[in-house]
Design a protein. Structure first.
Ligand code: HEC
Length: 123
């Protein structure tokens, strides 16, 4: 299954649009856009996992994944509860690959990563 079904032009368009936002003409959009790309878990081991797996899609507006710290995108997902989120992270869900490509991650790490990305506290 392809990672993304978006055509290349759409991906390019969103990158161009994001570039415009980051270049300063969209001051209001700046905090979220900046947070999406720079946010990192405080824990070093977790930051490494995030950087090499989750971030590839969850900080990529073209991937169709709820973006890190985008609380609006996460709200309906958070409402499903920790058990469903963990199940979808481990077993996959549509474009979300099983284990989020982190084959050695533990359940605790997944919950910590989901907490970090959604801004909600799961344990
Ligand atoms: C290859 C891209 C990709 C990677 C890597 C990835 N995700 Fe995702 N993730 C997605 C997409 C796309 C969705 C949205 C799926 C949907 O709602 O159709 C998603 C959704 C989710 C959801 C919400 C599921 C739900 O029930 O709404 C969780 C939780 C999640 N990802 C956790 C993670 C974690 C944790 C990692 C890193 C270990 C990770 N993802 C890595 C693409 C990815």
């Amino acid at each position: 299954m392809p990672v993304s079904t978006h055509p290349t032009w759409l991906r390019t368009a969103s990158i161009v649009l994001l570039g415009a936002l980051l270049s300063g003409c969209g001051e209001e959009a700046k905090p979220l856009a900046t947070t999406v790309f720079t946010a990192m878990p405080a824990d070093a081991a977790l930051a490494q996992v995030y950087d090499s797996s989750c971030k590839l899609c969850h900080a990529n507006p073209g991937a169709g994944a709820p973006l890190t710290r985008d609380t609006n995108a996460w709200a309906p997902r958070v409402a499903q509860g920790a058990e469903t989120l963990l199940d979808h992270a481990i077993n996959g869900y549509n474009g979300m690959p099983p284990m989020g490509l982190c084959m050695h991650c533990s359940e605790e790490q997944f919950l910590a990563l989901i907490s970090f990305m959604s801004g909600e506290h799961f344990q």
